[in-house]
Design a protein around this ligand. Structure first.
Ligand SMILES: Cc1cc2nc3c(=O)[nH]c(=O)nc-3n(C[C@H](O)[C@H](O)[C@H](O)COP(=O)(O)O)c2cc1C
Length: 188
């Protein structure tokens, strides 16, 4: 027997993305975004409310970075989703995290998060079914602590996922299969 749930945003896992930008004075701002994905290879789509400081910064600077939040920084990641740079310009400083300038785009890379996509702003889609911020990925970097034999080891990244059903964060670490391969065993 299946039970009806009163929820519409039921896809799990959703990512926990840290979207980093520069404020007008050059200080760093970061927000938490779960409504984001790879729209196609090399293109990210982030459904960010237009009034967020992050969106103003992206439009002004033409760039942003997207880091994958990890389990070691759940509190910081959540804080970046409950405070706005519109209200507190020192929001990022309050988080205790640190950042370096991207070598490729006019946006900061958060040092503490192991994986980062550096993006150029393409457009903001604000129609009823618009996707929000669309960006082109021009560089992807990873901390060497999560690289084994020249490949990312996701079990070392300790990424977290957002559960929209009960508003929880979950650790995503255990590899349970090989994509495009395991299923071949059932091909007739
Ligand atoms: C788990 C979580 C996920 C969130 N996902 C989004 C999102 O995808 N899009 C969005 O516009 N806001 C999202 N928010 C809310 C923003 O992070 C929040 O409004 C933040 O204050 C915006 O920061 P800014 O004004 O400094 O840019 C999320 C918040 C949390 C806690």
């Amino acid at each position: 027997m299946r039970k009806k749930l009163n929820i519409t945003e039921g896809i799990f896992p959703m990512p926990v993305l840290m979207v980093a930008t520069y404020n007008e004075d050059g200080s760093v701002n970061v927000m938490n975004a779960a409504w984001g994905t790879m729209q196609e290879r090399g293109i990210v789509a982030l459904n960010l409310t237009e009034s967020h400081k992050t969106v103003k910064n992206i439009k002004a600077r033409g760039a942003f970075t997207v880091s994958i939040a990890d389990a070691a920084h759940v509190v910081e990641a959540d804080y970046l989703g409950v405070e706005s740079g519109n209200r507190v310009l020192k929001k990022f400083e309050n988080s205790g995290l640190t950042a370096s300038k991207s070598e490729k785009v006019d946006a900061p890379v958060i040092n503490e998060f192991p994986l980062c996509l550096e993006c150029e702003f393409i457009e903001y889609q604000n129609g009823a079914y618009g996707l929000g911020v669309i960006g082109k990925v021009v560089n992807v970097t990873a901390d060497e602590s999560v690289i084994v034999d020249d490949k990312i080891d996701m079990s070392l990244v300790n990424a977290i996922a957002f559960d929209p059903y009960t508003h929880g964060y979950y650790k995503v670490t255990e590899r349970v299969g090989e994509a495009f391969k395991d299923g071949l065993r059932l091909k007739k």
